[in-house]
Design a protein around this ligand. Structure first.
Ligand SMILES: Cc1ncc(C[n+]2csc(CCOP(=O)(O)OP(=O)(O)O)c2C)c(N)n1
Ligand SMILES: [Mg+2]
Length: 416
């Protein structure tokens, strides 16, 4: 029974996405048709979110790195009860709508990152997972874990061809960012044709060499995807990549498996044929069966309940740890203390010359007492003077710190 309902939900997502693209007469139907089961499994079975409060601090994150497939994301957000009414799907890609042709952070409730430039969403995912570890180090106490969100994502062939994804994935493997579960829409097709015209590497072996936990499954089979995600979540020491074998444009009798379906609307005739193949009503546009609305829309209630449980956990943590609440409120209000500016050193033009890197160091040191200052250096700490005495580097518990090893212990995540 649940199999039947799952299939209906997945095909409803497909139907909404291709109707949106057709209504706009532009967009990308191929990815939503192929990756609908992946998106559904994440949103329906695993994502701990509250559609009515997309800013809930401890929500699981989801990033669609392959931003061109955003009709999939908008369909998922609509069905799970975000403030994204069906009219927004009907006005996909239109001026004034909140459903732009690639996801935009701050425009659509539930969109966590602006994506479109391939590979960069993978970078966002890794950044979010790093932020999670920093937040956990700041706010979790032994018996009170208030930060424990996971970071999910979907990426495509094009994403994994990009250097930025490789660099970020290497760092994620090195750091052992176990909160990441990244699904790879392995459909073997890009805009110019089959991936083997340019991309024949063993992606799984590459990610394994980065230190990732690599799984593979049939990405069209919701239950297989679901099982793989369960395994990915259970692995908390390494990030997980799930190679999901799919077919671009799945369901479209004349376009599935071809690059033609990547970025052009199906057209009325092929759209009807696709819906027929998927067992969906052919004429009615933007069709959502009542049972799908009920099933997927239940995320509103379960999300609110989950957030309420977490809120009481947070209150218990505040009670148990003096000072934590003030620190928490200061941090999330994103306001700096009134006098932070006064702490900065002041120079006059008549002063002795000073190297800018030295002046930078003095400024950094002055503001380093703010608890949330995080800095970085492109392997140039000693030349840029970006190290602040008494502060620690962010690194994996077991990783050596080449420069400062003797000065600081390396047995736990740096506390900020
Ligand atoms: C950095 C970058 N280069 C090029 C593009 C243009 N572009 C959009 S999608 C795409 C590739 C499509 O292939 P894939 O990522 O496998 O997506 P699919 O066709 O399977 O949906 C390209 C090259 C881009 N968005 N970003
Ligand atoms: Mg592809």
């Amino acid at each position: 029974m649940s199999d039947v309902l799952d299939r209906l939900c997945i095909n409803t997502i497909r139907g909404l996405a291709i109707d949106a693209v057709q209504a706009a007469n532009s967009g990308h139907p191929g990815l939503p048709l192929g990756a609908a089961a992946m998106g559904y499994s994440i949103y329906q079975k695993h994502l701990r979110h509250n559609p009515l409060d997309p800013a809930w601090v401890n929500r699981d994150r989801f990033v669609l790195s392959a931003g061109h497939g955003c009709a999939l994301l908008y369909s998922l957000l609509h069905l799970t009860g975000y403030e994204l009414p069906i009219e927004q799907l009907k006005s996909f890609r239109q001026w004034g709508s909140i459903t732009p042709g690639h996801p935009e952070l701050g425009m659509t409730p539930g969109v966590e990152a602006t994506t479109g430039p391939l590979g960069q969403g993978v970078g966002n995912i890794v950044g979010m997972a790093i932020a999670r570890e920093m937040l956990a180090a700041m706010f979790n106490r032994d018996d009170h874990e208030v930060i424990d969100f996971r970071v999910f994502g979907i990426c495509s062939d094009g994403d994994l061809m990009e250097g930025v994804a490789a660099e970020a994935a290497s760092l994620a493997g090195h750091l052992g960012l176990g909160s990441i579960v990244l699904l790879y829409d392995d459909n073997g097709i890009t805009i110019d044709g089959k991936t083997d015209i340019a991309f024949t590497e063993d992606v799984g072996a590459r990610f394994a060499s980065y230190g990732w936990h690599v799984l593979a499954c049939d990405g069209l089979d919701a239950e297989e995807v679901n099982q793989a995600i369960v395994e990915g979540i259970a692995e908390t020491e390494r990030p997980t990549l799930i190679k999901c074998k799919t077919q671009i444009g799945f369901g479209s009798p004349n376009r599935a498996g071809t690059s033609k379906v990547h970025g052009s609307p199906l057209g009325d005739e092929e759209l009807a044929l696709t819906k027929r193949a998927l067992g969906m009503p052919e004429v009615e546009k933007f069709h959502v069966p009542t049972e799908v609305f009920k099933h997927m829309g239940s995320a509103r209630q379960s999300g609110a309940e989950r957030q309420a449980v977490w809120t009481s956990r947070l209150e218990k943590a505040f009670q148990a740890t003096p000072g934590l609440q003030v620190q928490w409120q200061q941090f999330w209000s994103r306001r700096l203390p009134q006098d932070w500016f006064d702490k900065l050193p002041v120079w006059k033009t008549s002063d002795q010359p000073l190297a800018t890197r030295k002046a930078s160091e003095l400024c950094l040191t002055a503001i380093s007492e703010l608890p949330w200052v995080v800095g970085g250096s492109a392997d140039l700490v000693e030349s840029n003077l970006t190290y602040v005495e008494g502060k620690e580097t962010f690194r994996k518990p077991t990783a050596p710190d080449a420069i400062f090893d003797s000065a600081f212990g390396n047995t736990e995540w740096a506390r900020f």
